[in-house]
Design a protein around this ligand. Structure first.
Ligand code: NAI
Length: 267
């Protein structure tokens, strides 16, 4: 069973869609028969992803669009929204997924913090602000799926800027869900998607082989699609990166209904 927004001929927009989890989601949506727009930094990688996507789409290239966008720039994200509306009539599914993890230190250069927060947190805010009002106005069931991280909940030592950005994504998505529930005529729901350890360009760090226990992007996307259909707000992927320490588990339990859906966490 699929969520009604994820249906043939509906429209999905995925930021960070040229690689990893975003591209895997785009391929799944295209395979279902959706029209798909991937938004990512431009260049050869985006062009190659568009070609791959067109081969999976039922309508071929006509059902696929790749737009060069820096999600940290609101004017570019607003332009993306207008482009999607002109070409496909509007979005039914928005996945704010673009993310970077270049590493950071607490007292390191402020520019690094600004860059990480600009993509990971502001990118999610920009996408939601630009698309949500139009998605509500469509009057159809819709989804905004924001990609967070376990690190935004548990704050492990190291990489503070990434942790802060993903913590912001969590809180922003909770606030967005309240707004969407109360907005007149809204049939849109927000979801916080927390991948586990997925083998992608972001996590490969020089490795060419998937580490044992890590998930593929396709596995994590299948899990996400299944849990969205079940109506979960928090979508925390089970994998072998499940927190072991009691403190870490307590923090995750505090996030609410995650545990009901996550038997592996209660180990
Ligand atoms: P990836 O590196 O394969 O894909 C990220 C995509 O975002 C890339 O195509 C990149 O070009 C794009 N991007 C970066 N800056 C951008 C910008 N300013 N504007 C538009 N696009 C931009 O990484 P992956 O693993 O697929 O990550 C996707 C999301 O999942 C990220 O938000 C990441 O933080 C999150 N995540 C990933 C985990 C993993 O284990 N891979 C675990 C937890 C969260």
């Amino acid at each position: 069973m699929l969520h009604p927004a994820i249906s043939p001929n509906n429209v999905a927009v995925i930021t960070g869609g040229a690689s990893g989890i975003g591209l895997a989601a785009a391929m799944r949506f295209a395979g279902i028969g959706m029209k798909v727009c991937i938004a990512d930094l431009g260049g050869d990688r985006l062009a190659a992803a568009e070609k791959k996507l067109a081969s999976a789409a039922r309508g071929g290239a006509a059902d696929v669009m790749a737009v060069a966008v820096d999600v940290s720039r609101i004017e570019q994200v607003s332009e993306l929204e207008s482009t999607v509306r002109r070409r496909f009539g509007g979005a039914d599914v928005l996945m704010n997924n673009a993310g970077i993890q270049p590493g950071s230190t607490m007292f390191g250069p402020l520019e690094n913090w600004q860059r990480i927060l600009g993509v990971n947190l502001w990118g999610v805010i920009h996408g939601s602000q630009a698309f949500a009002p139009h998605m509500i106005a469509r009057g159809r069931p819709g989804l905004i799926i924001n990609t967070g991280s376990k690190q935004g909940i548990t704050t492990p030592p190291g990489d503070p800027a990434y942790n802060v950005s993903k913590s912001g994504v969590k809180t922003f998505t909770e606030a967005l869900q309240h707004e969407l529930r109360n907005a007149p005529g809204s049939r849109i729901s927000a979801h916080l998607f927390i991948p586990g350890h997925v083998f992608t360009a972001l996590t490969a760090r020089g490795r060419t082989e998937k580490p044992a226990g890590a998930w593929t992007p396709e596995q994590t996307v299948d899990f996400m699609i299944e849990r969205v259909a079940a109506g979960d707000f928090y979508i925390l992927c089970p994998d072998n990166d499940v927190p072991r320490s009691l403190d870490e588990r307590r923090i995750l339990w505090a996030v609410g209904d995650i545990v009901e859906n996550r038997p592996a966490l209660s180990r």
